[in-house]
Design a protein. Structure first.
Length: 296
């Protein structure tokens, strides 16, 4: 076959699917899909469905009584309060850390990256214990805190500190690779045109990474509301005062109040589903923009 006829022959060849090109059989595709669906059904959908079924097993009145009981309401308020403080804090600090790491070179940069990843490698229970050793009555700062009538452990500040620690990496870790892939050309151009550093940040940097920031906030918020280990250590599990929703659910279940435990659990699951629905709607509405940002 001559060189002139080779392109035509290639063009005439019927296109092969990407899976066939990789040598994957139809049976292999079906098996992989079946395994994935079975896993999702058995380990994700079925437990979630069980929560809602068990929550309503004793009827609406029992469900309403369980979620409007004073200790349950206190746990709901505390969970939302902790998330409302911890998530914005992590947004601000996460953006600052990601901006510094992605846009600047400085001594100790690798150490900062390692410290950001530290909560991923440390058990939440250990992180909660660290705060107890620091701020508890017998801790390093305990005597000074007591002398000044300040309370951190077994109070709201301790819950916030523990939650901030375990949720900090999510925002920064979503932003760092995206900012690094974008480079600094847009910022340098804006500075050349006379824009102030803050104007550059709010008009150039932040809009470029808004979808990565959104994903980081979603993950951070979900973990903040569902955190158990670190919060359990620093809370003292005081009913109506330091019990978040996960802790309140554990106490109800341990006291053989299964229907009430599942009722409160359904609220926590509902909050997670709201987050998921919001994420899905935004992906549907701005799918192209999100996909473009995720490719960086």
């Amino acid at each position: 076959m001559s060189d002139a006829t080779l392109p035509a022959a290639i063009a005439a060849e019927p296109p092969r699917s990407s899976s066939r090109a990789r040598g994957e059989s139809l049976g292999m595709q079906i098996a992989l899909i079946a395994i994935s669906l079975a896993f999702l059904l058995l380990f994700l959908l079925l437990p979630l469905l069980t929560v809602f079924v068990e929550a309503g097993a004793k009827g609406w009145e029992a469900y309403r009584a369980a979620i409007t009981e004073p200790d349950a309401l206190a746990a709901i308020r505390l969970t939302l309060t902790v998330a409302a403080i911890a998530v914005p804090f992590n947004i601000v600090v996460g953006i600052a850390a990601a901006w510094a790491i992605a846009k600047f070179e400085f001594t100790g940069k690798n150490l900062l990256i390692s410290l950001i990843d530290l909560p991923f490698s440390v058990s939440p229970v250990i992180s909660g214990l660290v705060f107890v050793l620091l701020f508890g009555a017998q801790g390093y700062f305990g005597p000074w805190l007591q002398a000044n009538n300040l309370k951190i452990v077994f109070a709201l500040p301790g819950l916030i500190l523990a939650t901030v620690f375990v949720t900090f990496p999510f925002v920064a870790r979503e932003l760092i690779p995206h900012m690094q892939s974008l480079g600094s050309a847009d910022e340098e151009a804006a500075l050349t045109l006379g824009a102030s550093p803050w104007r550059v940040f709010f008009s150039v940097t932040l809009p470029n990474v808004k979808w990565s920031l959104f994903y980081g906030v979603l993950l951070c918020n979900a973990r903040a509301m569902g955190e158990f280990g670190a919060v359990a250590v620093v809370s003292g599990k005081i009913r109506g005062l330091t019990n978040t929703m996960p802790l309140h659910i554990e106490i109800l279940y341990n006291e053989y109040m299964g229907a009430a435990a599942f009722a409160v659990a359904s609220l926590l699951a509902g909050l997670a589903l709201v987050t998921l629905v919001l994420k899905t709607l935004l992906e549907w509405r701005y799918g192209d923009a999100i996909a473009a940002s995720r490719r960086h």
